[in-house]
Design a protein around this ligand. Structure first.
Ligand SMILES: [Zn+2]
Length: 125
Protein backbone atom coordinates (compact mmCIF):
# COMPACT_ATOMS: atom_id res chain seq x y z
CA UNK A 1 0.00 0.00 0.00
CA UNK A 2 1.32 3.40 -0.98
CA UNK A 3 0.20 6.43 1.00
CA UNK A 4 0.99 9.76 -0.60
CA UNK A 5 0.43 13.23 0.75
CA UNK A 6 -0.83 15.58 -1.91
CA UNK A 7 -0.27 19.32 -1.91
CA UNK A 8 -3.24 21.49 -1.06
CA UNK A 9 -5.00 23.24 1.71
CA UNK A 10 -4.13 21.91 5.14
CA UNK A 11 -6.96 22.95 7.44
CA UNK A 12 -6.51 19.74 9.45
CA UNK A 13 -2.89 19.81 10.60
CA UNK A 14 -3.12 16.36 12.19
CA UNK A 15 -4.66 14.60 9.17
CA UNK A 16 -1.39 13.37 7.70
CA UNK A 17 -0.20 12.17 11.07
CA UNK A 18 -3.42 10.16 11.50
CA UNK A 19 -3.18 8.79 7.97
CA UNK A 20 0.34 7.50 8.67
CA UNK A 21 -0.57 5.91 11.97
CA UNK A 22 -3.74 4.28 10.64
CA UNK A 23 -1.95 3.05 7.50
CA UNK A 24 0.57 1.26 9.67
CA UNK A 25 -2.17 -0.82 11.26
CA UNK A 26 -3.08 -2.71 8.08
CA UNK A 27 -1.78 -6.29 8.01
CA UNK A 28 -0.38 -8.13 4.99
CA UNK A 29 -3.28 -10.58 5.23
CA UNK A 30 -5.83 -7.73 5.09
CA UNK A 31 -4.08 -6.26 2.06
CA UNK A 32 -4.48 -9.56 0.25
CA UNK A 33 -7.97 -10.46 1.37
CA UNK A 34 -9.84 -7.16 1.49
CA UNK A 35 -11.06 -5.06 -1.39
CA UNK A 36 -9.86 -1.46 -1.73
CA UNK A 37 -13.17 0.02 -0.45
CA UNK A 38 -13.05 -2.35 2.54
CA UNK A 39 -9.48 -1.36 3.37
CA UNK A 40 -10.28 2.34 3.13
CA UNK A 41 -13.39 1.90 5.23
CA UNK A 42 -11.56 -0.14 7.85
CA UNK A 43 -8.63 2.26 8.18
CA UNK A 44 -10.17 5.64 7.61
CA UNK A 45 -13.84 5.26 8.56
CA UNK A 46 -13.72 8.53 10.50
CA UNK A 47 -12.25 10.46 7.59
CA UNK A 48 -13.77 12.02 4.51
CA UNK A 49 -13.00 9.27 1.97
CA UNK A 50 -13.29 9.64 -1.77
CA UNK A 51 -12.57 6.68 -4.03
CA UNK A 52 -11.82 7.63 -7.62
CA UNK A 53 -12.59 5.36 -10.56
CA UNK A 54 -9.55 3.32 -11.52
CA UNK A 55 -7.73 4.33 -14.69
CA UNK A 56 -6.26 1.44 -16.64
CA UNK A 57 -2.68 1.97 -17.69
CA UNK A 58 -0.25 0.21 -19.96
CA UNK A 59 3.38 0.57 -20.80
CA UNK A 60 4.00 1.72 -24.32
CA UNK A 61 7.44 2.59 -25.61
CA UNK A 62 7.77 4.94 -28.55
CA UNK A 63 11.09 3.55 -29.71
CA UNK A 64 11.31 2.41 -33.32
CA UNK A 65 13.84 1.29 -35.87
CA UNK A 66 13.68 4.73 -37.47
CA UNK A 67 14.36 6.51 -34.16
CA UNK A 68 17.33 4.28 -33.42
CA UNK A 69 18.67 4.92 -36.93
CA UNK A 70 18.31 8.68 -36.35
CA UNK A 71 20.21 8.33 -33.08
CA UNK A 72 23.01 6.40 -34.84
CA UNK A 73 23.16 9.06 -37.58
CA UNK A 74 23.54 11.71 -34.89
CA UNK A 75 26.48 9.76 -33.45
CA UNK A 76 28.21 10.17 -36.77
CA UNK A 77 29.58 7.83 -39.39
CA UNK A 78 33.02 7.51 -37.84
CA UNK A 79 31.77 6.53 -34.39
CA UNK A 80 29.27 4.01 -35.75
CA UNK A 81 31.84 2.46 -38.09
CA UNK A 82 34.25 2.16 -35.15
CA UNK A 83 31.62 0.21 -33.21
CA UNK A 84 30.93 -1.94 -36.27
CA UNK A 85 34.64 -2.69 -36.71
CA UNK A 86 35.01 -3.51 -33.03
CA UNK A 87 31.91 -5.65 -32.53
CA UNK A 88 31.02 -6.91 -35.99
CA UNK A 89 27.58 -5.31 -35.70
CA UNK A 90 26.00 -2.35 -33.99
CA UNK A 91 23.69 -3.37 -31.19
CA UNK A 92 21.51 -0.83 -29.40
CA UNK A 93 19.05 -1.54 -26.62
CA UNK A 94 16.28 0.93 -25.95
CA UNK A 95 16.94 2.67 -22.62
CA UNK A 96 13.26 2.51 -21.71
CA UNK A 97 11.90 -0.89 -22.79
CA UNK A 98 15.13 -2.79 -23.42
CA UNK A 99 14.14 -3.81 -26.93
CA UNK A 100 17.30 -4.75 -28.86
CA UNK A 101 18.08 -3.31 -32.29
CA UNK A 102 20.90 -4.75 -34.39
CA UNK A 103 22.54 -3.35 -37.47
CA UNK A 104 25.05 -5.13 -39.67
CA UNK A 105 27.59 -3.64 -42.09
CA UNK A 106 24.98 -3.24 -44.83
CA UNK A 107 22.56 -1.48 -42.47
CA UNK A 108 25.30 0.88 -41.29
CA UNK A 109 26.30 1.69 -44.85
CA UNK A 110 22.69 2.46 -45.67
CA UNK A 111 22.42 4.71 -42.60
CA UNK A 112 24.94 7.16 -43.92
CA UNK A 113 23.93 7.27 -47.55
CA UNK A 114 22.90 10.82 -48.30
CA UNK A 115 19.62 9.87 -49.93
CA UNK A 116 18.75 7.04 -47.55
CA UNK A 117 18.18 4.58 -50.39
CA UNK A 118 19.29 0.97 -50.05
CA UNK A 119 22.89 0.36 -51.06
CA UNK A 120 23.50 -1.17 -54.46
CA UNK A 121 25.37 -4.40 -54.79
CA UNK A 122 28.48 -2.60 -56.08
CA UNK A 123 28.84 -0.64 -52.84
CA UNK A 124 28.39 -3.66 -50.61
CA UNK A 125 31.54 -5.21 -49.26
ZN1 LIG B 1 11.72 1.13 -26.32
Amino acid sequence: MLVQRLPGEDDDSDAWNRAEILSDTITPRELIELSVPEILQRLFHEEDIRLFDPTPFRFHCTCSDERIRDMLRSLGSEEVHDILAEQGQVEVSCDFCGKPYRYDAVDVEQLFLADGSPPTSTTRQ
